[in-house]
Design a protein around this ligand. Structure first.
Ligand SMILES: [Zn+2]
Length: 348
């Protein structure tokens, strides 16, 4: 008996002293045990050592057969399980340990997994406006690990913004919103690249800028920019997640004529006449409302990028905070749309 236990102790001791991985140590112990068991059978029958330890040797062989059986069963079960469950939950390649920790709750989600998290990291999203809707959208896009986030806005932070534009802090009053937002996003997630553009999105730069992104999230608060962004996105085939707010109500949709969903102009062919549509400054807006709808924008962006679920293409969600009601209405692409009417569509 001592002839077995002594070598095992020595092997384990060497493994511990050299810091060998546990798996290696177990393998070495198994090898020593196997050699020892083989020696028992190699000895001639009647050998005193064999007689003395015969029962022990048989137990080891029996135990070995049981362990091998369990191992084989687990391998087989694992293969069947892997066949039933697509391997979307494998850790994404090229991510550091710290990033894997950070995105662990995404990686274990069946609809995102390692593949989706990698798609998020490779994605480039432009957010128009760093105000009420832009604030939560930017925060969640950064936290979710969208690799490159552009943000364009020509405003500076004002005291009246702070009731709802939660990405900005009191200390950032008078600082350009894009710089305040960029600082907050990188502080939240140092693994994302933020590109702040402190200027207004105008027709002369819109095409070139939007062509550099995979997806646009529009949280601007004026119709001129909204129609411009829609038109450029439609031409470039870039999906557009856009939302708007009034007092207690928010609406959101994914405009994507390249994939046979309507564009913004299909649903709203004309902007309301000047004076008919009150701005937040004129009419007021509930503080948490842009939080709800802006987070929905980030949600739709993540879905479009990762291919998870069914984004709001061809559907508009309307959230009425005052009466706690949500409605979803469908919207169709219009053949005579001035913006996307003549555009080709990928097979939807
Ligand atoms: Zn259209």
């Amino acid at each position: 008996m001592i002839l077995l236990i002594l070598p095992l102790i020595v092997v384990w001791g060497i493994g511990a002293a050299t810091g060998a991985p546990m798996r290696q140590r177990y393998v070495m112990m198994a090898v020593v045990t196997a050699i020892w068991a083989a020696m028992q059978f190699a000895l001639p029958a009647g050998n005193p050592m064999r007689v003395d330890t015969e029962y022990l040797a048989q137990s080891f062989v029996g135990g070995g057969v049981i362990v091998a059986g369990i191992w084989g069963y687990r391998r087989l079960f694992g293969r069947i399980k892997a066949r039933v469950t697509p391997d979307v939950q494998a850790p994404p390649r090229g991510f550091s340990g710290a990033e894997l920790d950070r995105y662990a709750r995404h990686v274990i989600l069946r609809e995102i997994g390692g593949v989706g998290q990698k798609a998020l990291r490779e994605a480039k999203v432009l957010v128009v406006g760093a105000g009420g809707l832009g604030s939560p959208a930017l925060q969640y896009l950064a936290a979710a690990g969208v690799g490159t986030i552009g943000v364009i806005d020509d405003d500076t932070v004002e005291a009246t913004n702070l009731q709802r534009q939660v990405i900005h802090t009191d200390a950032m009053i008078d600082v350009p919103k894009v710089h305040s937002a960029a600082q907050a996003m990188v502080a939240q997630n140092p693994y994302v690249t933020v590109r702040p553009y402190h200027r207004r999105l105008t027709a002369d730069i819109a095409s070139e800028l939007i062509a550099d992104y995979d997806l646009v999230v529009d949280g601007c608060d004026d119709f001129e920019t909204r129609y411009l962004v829609n038109s450029v996105c439609a031409q470039a085939g870039v999906p557009l997640v856009a939302a708007a707010l009034t007092q207690w109500e928010g609406q959101i949709s994914v405009y994507d004529p390249a994939r046979n969903a309507p564009c913004y102009a299909c649903v709203f062919p004309e902007a309301p006449a000047a004076g008919l549509s009150a701005t937040c400054a004129e009419a007021g807006v509930l503080g948490p409302l842009p939080g709800v709808v802006g987070a929905m924008m980030a949600t739709e962006a993540v879905k479009v990028i990762t291919g998870a679920g069914d984004p709001l293409r061809g559907r508009m969600m309307i959230y009425d905070a005052l009466y706690a009601e949500v409605r979803v209405i469908s919207a169709k692409r219009r053949g005579d749309c001035a913006v996307c009417g003549g555009l080709n569509t990928e097979a939807a």
